[in-house]
Design a protein around this ligand. Structure first.
Ligand code: GLY
Length: 365
C-alpha cells in the first residue's frame, strides 16, 4: 500500500490521505469504522457497482444505508439525484455526524461529493473511485457538482474529500472502452507535468492494457502525486490548476456536440491533439511531439479526428460558452514540452486567437 497526502495551505486544516493499493476493498469497511467511530455512514453508489459485486465487497452485505444511482452515468447527474440522496439521508435521520461514502466512478463521486457539500451545510465525504478516470482525476481535488439542462456541472462546489481510497483491483471489472478512455487523463497528467511518466506510457502500453496490477498501482500513484501538488497550490482553479484542463477546451466542446456519445476521455484525446496543433501554429511544438502523443493515444484505442457528423460551427459556439471564457473566448493550456505545461508571466492559461483554433479544428476533421 502506498499513501500520500493532499495538504492545502490556503485552506486551514485541509489535509487528507490518498491510499493506493490492490485488493483492499474487502477490508475497507473496518478501516472506515475505525477512522470514523463516531460518524454514521451513508453509501452512495450506482447500479453498475452493485452488479459488479463491489458494493457487497465493501459493505460485507451488512445493512448499511445506501443510495443506488440508477441509471448509472451522466444521465443521472442532475439536481434531482442530489435532492433524492439528501432526502434519503433525512428519512433515516442522518445528521451532521454523517460521512458519505462515494463508491464508484466520476459521476458517483461528483454527485455524492456535491450532496456532502450541501447536506446540512456540509458533511464529510470519502471517495472510493473504481474507474480509470475517477482514480486518476475526479476523486482528488474536491470538484463536485451536477449538470443543469443547459451545461455540465452548472450546480457545483469545491468540497475536498476527507480521504480517498483507491483499490486498483476494482478496475478488473471495468468495461474496456471506459478503461481505455479513462487512461487519457493519466496521459494528460504526464504531458503537463512529468516527461518520465510519458515515456513510461510509451514503453509499457501492453502491460497497461492488460491491466497489470503493479503497473496500475504505479499509474495511480503518479496521477495522484501530480494532481495533489497542483491542487495544493491552487485549490479553486484561479491559475495553475487550469493545467489539469489541458486538451479539455476543445475536448469538452466535442464531448457535448457528440451528445455524450463520445466518452470524456475519447473527446479529450481529440482535444489534446487540437492543443498540439495550436502549439505548432504558435511555433512551440513540432511534428515529432505530435507524433509521439498521437502514438500513445492511438495505442489506447483513441480516434483522433472529430466525427464527421459534428458541425464545426457548433464546436466554435460551444468553445465560446466554455465556463472559463471571458468575453466569449477562453484561454488555452499549452505545452512548452512533453512533461511541462507552458507558464508565461506567471500565467498557466494563454490567449489563442479564434483563427488559430479554427485552423486546428479544420485539421482535426
Ligand atoms: N479535472 C480537473 C480538475 O480537477 O481540476
Amino acid at each position: 500500500m502506498q499513501e500520500l497526502n493532499v495538504t492545502i495551505p490556503s485552506i486551514p486544516s485541509t489535509s487528507y490521505p490518498i491510499q493506493i493499493a490492490c485488493g483492499t476493498l474487502c477490508d475497507l469497511w473496518d478501516r472506515l469504522e475505525s477512522k470514523y467511530p463516531a460518524h454514521r455512514k451513508f453509501v452512495v453508489t450506482d447500479a453498475n457497482l452493485v452488479s459488479a459485486g463491489h458494493l457487497n465487497t465493501l459493505t460485507k452485505q451488512q445493512n448499511i444505508e445506501t443510495f443506488v444511482i440508477d441509471p448509472p452515468g451522466e444521465i443521472s447527474k442532475h439536481i434531482n439525484t442530489a435532492i433524492a440522496i439528501i432526502e434519503a439521508m433525512e428519512k433515516v435521520f442522518m445528521g451532521r455526524d454523517s460521512v458519505i461514502v462515494a463508491l464508484g466512478g466520476g459521476t458517483v463521486g461528483d454527485i455524492a461529493g456535491f450532496a456532502a457539500a450541501i447536506f446540512k451545510r456540509g458533511v464529510k465525504v470519502v471517495q472510493i473511485p473504481t474507474t480509470t478516470v475517477s482514480q486518476a482525476d475526479s476523486s482528488v481535488g474536491g470538484k463536485t457538482g451536477v449538470d443543469s439542462t443547459i451545461s455540465k456541472n452548472a450546480f457545483g462546489a469545491f468540497w475536498q474529500p476527507d480521504a480517498v481510497f483507491i483499490d486498483v483491483e476494482t478496475l478488473k471489472t471495468l468495461d474496456d472502452t471506459q478503461y481505455r478512455a479513462g487512461l487519457v487523463e493519466s496521459v494528460k497528467h504526464a504531458l503537463i507535468a512529468d516527461s518520465d511518466y510519458f515515456e513510461f506510457f510509451e514503453q509499457n502500453m501492453p502491460a497497461v492494457l492488460s491491466r497489470d496490477m503493479d503497473i496500475l498501482e504505479k499509474i495511480a500513484f503518479r496521477n495522484c502525486s501530480i494532481k495533489a501538488s497542483v491542487v495544493a497550490e491552487d485549490p479553486t482553479e484561479k491559475n495553475k490548476r487550469r493545467i489539469l484542463n489541458y486538451g479539455h477546451t476543445i475536448g469538452h466542446a466535442v464531448e457535448s456536440a457528440s451528445n455524450f456519445d463520445l466518452l470524456h476521455g475519447q473527446a479529450v484525446a481529440i482535444g489534446i491533439i487540437g492543443a498540439t496543433i495550436i502549439e505548432k501554429h504558435l511555433g512551440m511544438g513540432d511534428d515529432t511531439r505530435t507524433a509521439r502523443i498521437s502514438k500513445v493515444l492511438e495505442e489506447l484505442g483513441m480516434e483522433l479526428t472529430i466525427p464527421k457528423n459534428i458541425n464545426k460551427d457548433t464546436l466554435t459556439d460551444l468553445i465560446k460558452r466554455d465556463k472559463k471564457a471571458v468575453n466569449k473566448w477562453p484561454k488555452f493550456v499549452l505545452l512548452q514540452d512533453i512533461g511541462q505545461a507552458l507558464c508565461t508571466d506567471g500565467q498557466w492559461a494563454h490567449n489563442v486567437t479564434q483563427q488559430a483554433v479554427d485552423a486546428a479544428l479544420d485539421q482535426l476533421y
